[in-house]
Design a protein around this ligand. Structure first.
Ligand code: BT5
Length: 322
């Protein structure tokens, strides 16, 4: 009911009487008063004037389920949203829910992670309230060898959400970083569980640097945040809703696979393409020019002998970035 009240007040953009809300929701005036009180406790600023009713003045500063839900325009992602104050890792938390049968589209978002994970056992740092850590549960009808598009599609969606909402020119550093200039603003870690030849679930986990003004010494040279890049504090709830809207669109419109228009769009936003890159094959370090990303999400690199190498995982260093 609280989400519905927020939606009514947000769409009205004017006073709405308690009676009208109770009629529209088929609940008592008392129930409406009670729900408004809960919303105020959560940080919504809702003014009330006798004979006029309620007016939504502003959303909470902190992430809040009702605020995000009211702004969602999705078919799947965000069907359920769990907002946590603190968690070890949103991916780990959601993996446990997924194993117990949680529905596709469930989103876990946390104000803080105490053991945020990067790839290959690395650490992702999420400073309380400065970062947004989120994980999304997907259950696509794909076989494990068809899921290569999920991370690029997630990157494409988040990159567009940042550029649209924050008016930034962020780009994708293949395969899973989003950068502004030469610094990382988003990291993505996709984890999955498979059952023989079927994907049971797949969880893209996304860490976004929002309000950091500083970073620990070991990453300060290569990390940035929305606040550092724009000089502005953003409305986190509106921003998160934008991210989820873009993710829903990217996953469903492309049936979770990269190809056609989405592959073209990815290439355009991919900062690695057209640059000298290096990667490892066994003990050898190989260098070449990144020329494209194929529909499986692999990076194609033109070597000096004219052959094209396909890189599907591991570390790629992009000259001039990090
Ligand atoms: C990633 O790994 O970039 C994936 C990060 C995924 C984080 C999300 S948050 C929600 C979900 N729950 C989780 O537990 N994880 C996911 P990788 O490409 O391996 O990069 C990790 C490296 O990035 C670290 O070794 C640091 O050098 C650097 N790093 C760590 N925290 C950072 C930050 N906040 N901003 C920029 N760089 C960071």
């Amino acid at each position: 009911m609280q989400t519905k009240i927020v939606k009514i007040l947000y769409t009205a953009k004017d006073y709405v009487s308690g009676q009208e809300i109770s009629n529209r929701l088929g609940v008592s005036r008392q129930a409406v008063n009670k729900a408004v009180k809960v919303l105020r406790d959560k940080g919504f600023v809702i003014s009330s004037v006798t004979n006029k009713g309620y007016l939504l003045e502003s959303f909470p500063e902190q992430l809040c389920e009702e605020a995000v839900k009211c702004l969602l325009d999705t078919k799947l992602i965000g069907s359920k949203i769990i907002v946590l104050d603190s968690v070890t890792s949103t991916n780990d938390y959601l993996k446990k829910l997924a194993a117990k049968g949680a529905q596709a589209g469930t989103v876990v978002v946390s104000r803080e992670q105490t053991a945020g994970k990067g790839r290959l056992g690395r650490i992702w740092q999420t400073k309380k309230d400065d970062g947004i850590a989120l994980s999304i549960l997907l259950r696509p009808q794909l076989s494990p060898n068809e899921i290569g598009g999920i991370t690029p599609l997630a990157g494409l969606a988040v990159c567009r959400a940042i550029n649209d909402f924050c008016k930034l020119d962020s780009r994708i550093k293949w395969p899973n970083d989003i950068i502004v200039g030469k610094k990382k603003i988003v990291g993505i870690l996709t984890e999955m569980s498979t059952d023989f030849d079927r994907v049971e679930y797949i969880i893209p986990g996304i860490g976004i640097n929002v309000g950091h003004t500083t970073f620990p010494d070991n990453i300060a040279y290569k990390a940035t945040s929305i606040l550092l890049e724009t000089g502005r504090h953003i409305d986190k709830n509106k921003f998160l809703a934008t991210v989820l809207n873009y993710l829903d669109d990217a996953m469903l419109q492309n049936n979770y696979t990269l190809g056609g228009q989405s592959a073209e769009d990815y290439q355009k936003l991919c900062a690695s393409i057209g640059r000298q890159v290096s990667f490892c094959r066994g003990d050898r370090k190989i260098s070449g020019m990144a020329v494209s990303v194929n529909d499986s999400g692999e990076l194609e690199v033109m070597l000096s002998n004219g052959t094209v190498a396909t890189v599907n995982s591991g570390e790629v260093t992009v000259q001039g970035i990090y």
